[in-house]
Write a protein that binds this ligand. Structure first.
Ligand code: SF4
Length: 154
């Protein structure tokens, strides 16, 4: 089954601001290459810091990351609802460092709250991760070398 895809770029977790713009530019390049509409959400790092408050020293894959996923997936669900889109998912699952089951659980809970469907597909399977490497090399896209927030830089 085919989908009409919209990319919603909502990443207030990204630190510093220059890194945010590097990633946004890479996303814009990819969307234009794939002929997909990109909508940029607000970039207000305070929204991330409020969500991560009290969990700053958690290790990666810990509670801070759960809160971060929740914030970003909730905003995505709100955006989908506003747009009359009834399914959503996240490209976060492409990372081999992320826990697919945990992300799916968070996504499904949020989807239920908003009366939407969360598409739980592990995009890194079937050589998905290798394909993303190939595309990013072909398009000369910027590759991040840390997850995103200031706590993941250190
Ligand atoms: S390490 Fe990544 S997923 Fe975890 S809080 Fe930071 S940006 Fe979010």
């Amino acid at each position: 089954m085919g989908y009409q895809v919209f990319v919603y770029f909502y990443n207030p977790n990204i630190f510093p601001q220059e890194e945010y713009y590097k990633r946004l530019y890479a996303e814009k390049t990819l969307c234009s290459y794939s002929n997909v509409k990109l909508i940029e959400g607000d970039y207000n790092p305070q929204e991330f810091y409020s969500a991560a408050k009290g969990y700053e020293n958690e290790p990666e894959k810990g509670k801070r990351c759960d809160r971060c996923f929740e914030l970003r997936l909730r905003k995505t669900a709100e955006f989908a609802k506003e747009m009359g889109i009834n399914k959503f998912t996240t490209s976060i699952v492409i990372s081999p460092h992320k826990n697919f089951s945990r992300l799916s659980e968070i996504g499904e809970n949020i989807a239920q709250e908003y009366g939407l469907e969360y598409i739980a597909i592990d995009f890194k399977k079937k050589d998905g991760f290798l394909k993303t490497n190939r595309i990013s090399k072909d398009l000369n896209l910027y590759r991040q070398n840390y997850c995103g927030c200031e706590f993941s830089v250190r």
